[in-house]
Write a protein that binds this ligand. Structure first.
Ligand code: ADP
Ligand code: ASP
Ligand code: MG
Length: 411
């Protein structure tokens, strides 16, 4: 049995005409002899609408019920799409996560997939040519609906492809593939033909929402080549796959990412003694909040400042945790700033090149952009800057590292 998994994002299923376009692609796959599993997102804007609706009812809605609510967006998409498919004579059925099941942890709003019943899926594929699966959602061991975090349908798609050992795994979206930076910010962005899992992991973790980071983790772990393509064009898109320097484009920097979703938190004047960092970050980790950049200032009078970033969505909870432990820590105050953004340069080629950080700092300096925090890894450099300069910074770095379309053509 040849199996193809295709995931379509919110803009691709935003109305009947778009769904018909998707269906014609799916039908082509079936004609070519594939059994097709389609994973759908909620129609564009629906998840946001549901989140806003919940907040109109209660402040700080219960996470279990919030997941039950937001998961309905994807159920609407699969039911409507399956109706269309059946009306055209395709043997199809829709599947919510609990019907497979896609078993997840109980971390509501950011659940992780634990297992997928691949045997049941394959048995269903004997009977049907098309299975239409709700993205983004799962079910925990107590039978409660969970969701996988924003953009989670990508992860459903890749995880299903890994589970059934699909021959083809495609993620359809509203741009032609993975670009050197967000094509909506820089018209000079260039589409990449291939990108390694590691580079894509960095780009995704640094804010390039074209793929959810967990989907790339799955792809890498189970070695699933993923093709990112547009629903609206015939461009072959970008292949996300294992690193193969001979095949990859020979670039030191493969992309520029940005993330406006971070907030900076500073704990002022904590005692500079063993165990302080463990107390702060241990308490935050217990609530499964992802701390990103961390910097500890030099010690003055036996005290220091601890600065770090967390997702904006987790800021209130982080401040509440810090308020709780502040007396025990002996910290003077806690301050935060939400008008910040991260810009990052990413590339496996950086491993063998010196001076990337210096070039990045020079490019930002040339635009008079102040750097608030810096973090580095083997294949990325990230700077935290004022949010209002993020687009300027992305464009300046894209040019400085020779990624602009016209520059690349001249090389
Ligand atoms: P979908 O609803 O199809 O899942 P998303 O909005 O989640 O689509 O992701 C696609 C968007 O990701 C694009 O419209 C683009 O603005 C953004 N994006 C950010 N960085 C990149 C990048 N490096 N390459 C391509 N798209 C990117
Ligand atoms: N509908 C969800 C979201 O908007 C999941 C997804 O689109 O991948 O985040
Ligand atoms: Mg998405």
């Amino acid at each position: 049995m040849k199996i193809m998994v295709q995931k379509y994002g919110g803009t691709s299923v935003a109305g009947p005409d778009r769904m018909r376009k998707v269906l014609s692609r799916v039908a082509k796959g079936i004609e070519e002899g594939y059994k097709v599993i389609v994973v759908l997102s909620a129609m564009a804007g629906e998840t946001n609408k549901l989140l806003t609706l919940a907040k109109e009812f209660v402040d700080g809605p219960d996470p279990e019920e919030l997941d039950a609510l937001v998961a309905t967006g994807e159920k609407v998409s699969i039911a409507l799409f399956t109706m269309l498919a059946k009306s055209q004579g395709i043997k199809a059925r829709s599947l919510s996560a609990w019907q497979i099941p896609i078993l997840t942890t109980s971390a509501y709003m950011k659940a992780r997939i634990v297992s997928i019943d691949d045997k049941k899926l394959k048995a269903m594929l004997e009977e049907y040519d098309l299975l239409v699966v709700a993205g983004f959602q799962g079910v925990d061991c107590n039978g409660r609906v969970t969701t996988l975090g924003r953009g989670g349908s990508d992860t459903t798609g890749v995880a299903l492809a890994a589970a059934v050992k699909a021959d083809v795994c495609e993620i359809y979206t509203d741009v032609d593939g993975v670009f050197t930076t967000d094509p909506r910010i820089s018209s000079a962005a260039r589409k990449l033909d291939r990108i390694s899992y590691d580079e894509m992991l960095e780009l995704a973790s640094l804010g390039s929402k074209v793929l959810q980071i967990r989907s790339v983790e799955f792809a890498k772990k189970y070695n699933v080549p993923v093709r990112v393509r547009s629903t609206f064009t015939d461009d072959p898109g970008t292949l996300v796959t294992q690193e193969d320097r001979a095949m990859m484009e020979d670039l030191v920097i493969s992309g520029i990412a940005y993330d406006r979703d971070q907030a900076r938190v500073t704990v002022h004047k904590v005692p500079d003694s063993p165990g302080v960092a463990a107390s702060i970050f241990g308490a935050i980790a217990e609530k499964r909040i992802l701390v990103d950049m961390i910097i500890q200032n030099a010690s003055r009078d036996g005290t220091t400042d601890m600065t770090f970033t967390v997702p904006k969505a987790d800021l209130d909870q982080t401040l509440a945790i810090l308020e709780g432990i502040q007396p025990k820590l002996g910290a003077k105050s806690v301050k935060f700033d939400t008008n910040v953004a991260k810009v990052s340069v990413v590339g496996v080629g950086m491993r063998n090149h010196s001076g990337v950080a210096a070039s990045m700092f020079q490019a930002l300096c040339k635009e008079n952009i102040n750097i608030k925090l810096i973090a580095t890894s083997e294949i990325k450099i990230t700077c935290l800057i004022d949010e209002k300069y993020v687009e300027l910074a992305v464009r300046a770095l894209h040019t400085a590292f020779g990624l602009d379309k016209t520059q690349a053509a001249a090389c």
